[in-house]
Design a protein around this ligand. Structure first.
Ligand SMILES: CC(C)(COP(=O)(O)OP(=O)(O)OC[C@H]1O[C@@H](n2cnc3c(N)ncnc32)[C@H](O)[C@@H]1OP(=O)(O)O)[C@@H](O)C(=O)NCCC(=O)NCCS
Length: 185
């Protein structure tokens, strides 16, 4: 089997995506990379991180991070200090189809969580949030990585519909990873 040498790096708005191949199979995620990522970085809406294959013109995967606060009225957090929960939004995230199921997605999530954890030491930041696509592979992936549904009853409904192949009206569902799970260890 071909050996893959992944290199993780933070990029900026001067990065030339056109020199690289990337295809997630999701138009919005691919278009973001080639058309909008530089603009988002240039104007400070998100920062972007990529995993590239060493000495090849392949982007294995990428994610973006932005600051975010969500209003969470029935937050299950015990403290109940405020209904506004500060966090980091994992805005865009995908692994190229050629590199799936090899652990790269898990590696990138761990990097994103670790960046959020460092941020939380200097700026209030309790969770990593993501608007997960409501398909089986994406939800299973996030649950496997320790994420949970912000709206748990809705999450249960979506899981039930996925297991019985029913149509789901919503394209995304908000999920969170509580950074306190790591701090308590
Ligand atoms: C979801 C995604 C990021 C996963 O990346 P990946 O590199 O393939 O994931 P990993 O290899 O790290 O998989 C980790 C675990 O997630 C789960 N998982 C990943 N892909 C899965 C699939 N197709 N079906 C079921 N479970 C899956 C498994 O539990 C897997 O562990 P295992 O391989 O030991 O069984 C990737 O499939 C992807 O880019 N999908 C399209 C875009 C997308 O959904 N992005 C997220 C938008 S919010």
């Amino acid at each position: 089997m071909r050996e893959i040498n992944p290199v993780f790096k933070k990029i900026d708005d001067t990065f030339t995506f056109q020199n690289y191949e990337f295809g997630s199979g999701f138009k919005e995620l691919d278009e973001f990379l080639y058309k909008y990522a530089s603009i988002f970085m240039k104007y400070g809406y998100s920062q972007m991180y990529i995993l590239e294959e060493l000495n090849k013109s392949n982007i294995i995967g990428y994610f973006t991070l932005s600051s975010s606060t969500i209003q969470w009225d029935d937050s299950l957090f015990l403290e109940k200090i405020t209904r506004y929960i500060p966090g980091i939004l994992l805005g865009m995230f995908a692994i190229d189809k050629r590199f799936r199921r090899k652990g790269f997605g898990s590696d990138l999530i761990k990097k994103a969580v670790s960046i959020a954890l460092s941020v939380s030491k200097v700026i209030g930041c309790r969770c990593v949030f993501v608007d997960s696509l409501t398909n089986h592979e994406t939800i299973k992936f996030y649950l496997n990585m320790g994420f949970d549904f912000v709206d748990k009853p809705l999450g249960r409904i979506i899981l039930k519909k996925l297991s019985s192949n029913e149509k789901i009206d919503k394209n995304t569902i908000k999920m969170y990873f509580d950074l306190f799970k790591l701090k308590k260890k």
